[in-house]
Design a protein around this ligand. Structure first.
Ligand SMILES: [Zn+2]
Length: 244
């Protein structure tokens, strides 16, 4: 009788051990499958989604404004704010503003420039269509319409009206809104680093026929870090990248 009990006990113990081990075996492949999935996910990031923001809505992060793609002249960004950086004191209060979501990125970029030894000045940000009309009409009166159209936007065709674009200067105003700004250490630093903060140099050298504007090494446009990195990497304008 004792022998029988011992055999039953051994069988019970063996069964328990088998159950425990097989349980472990079942778990193991599941874990390795999950890991394999994670690894393959890391190796192939999702493709860049070019349709994630509108290219026509003036309130969109990726709106493309140019001479062929105007925004309504009565469009005003919902929220405008004054970035906490050195600003051009000769600019109107309106021009010292930028769309609210962009201010932090400007502050971060100016701080990084300062750390690298460059002092930047925020020259001109948001401009209403009315203010743009004052500038444009003044340039036409001074230089004639054909000349003015090369460097100034007609009301409704300026990126400044979206609140996403702004001009940058050195604090000593050397090469202020002039092509030679691109050759200054500040201009070079911006061309190399602005994309890290979500900005793109909108009117690139050699792309006059695509953008409709001369090279403007001082004019930057916020598009977010993801698109800014793509434009920096490919050297393309927004028009080229989106195949317009
Ligand atoms: Zn500008």
């Amino acid at each position: 009788m004792k022998k029988l009990l011992l055999i039953v006990a051994i069988l019970f113990l063996a069964g328990t051990i088998y159950f425990f081990l097989s349980g472990q075996k079942v778990n193991a492949p599941d874990f390795s499958q999950d890991k394999a999935k994670q690894d393959s996910g890391d190796k192939s990031p999702p493709a860049f989604d070019k349709s994630q923001y509108s290219l026509t809505d003036p309130a969109s992060l990726w709106v493309i404004v140019n001479k062929q793609r105007p925004v309504p002249t009565d469009y005003v960004p919902a929220e405008l704010t004054t970035p906490d950086v050195r600003r051009d004191p000769s600019d109107s209060a309106e021009e010292q503003k930028i769309k609210s979501g962009v201010a932090k990125s400007i502050e971060a970029m100016f701080a990084a420039a300062q750390t690298a030894g460059y002092q930047l000045m925020f020259a001109s940000g948001y401009r209403s269509a009315d203010l743009q009309a004052v500038y444009y009409n003044g340039y036409v009166a001074r230089d004639g319409q054909a000349a003015a159209d090369k460097y100034s936007a007609r009301p409704g065709t300026s990126e400044h009206q979206t609140g996403l674009a702004f001009d940058i200067s050195r604090i000593d105003r050397k090469c202020y809104l002039e092509v030679c700004f691109g050759e200054t250490p500040e201009g070079k630093w911006l061309a190399q680093n602005a994309h890290e903060y979500g900005f793109t140099l909108r009117y690139k050298q050699g792309k006059e026929n695509v953008t409709g504007y001369q090279y403007e090494p001082w004019h930057f446009r916020y598009v977010g870090r993801e698109l800014a990195a793509k434009l920096h990497e490919t050297g393309q304008t927004m028009e080229e990248f989106f195949e317009l």
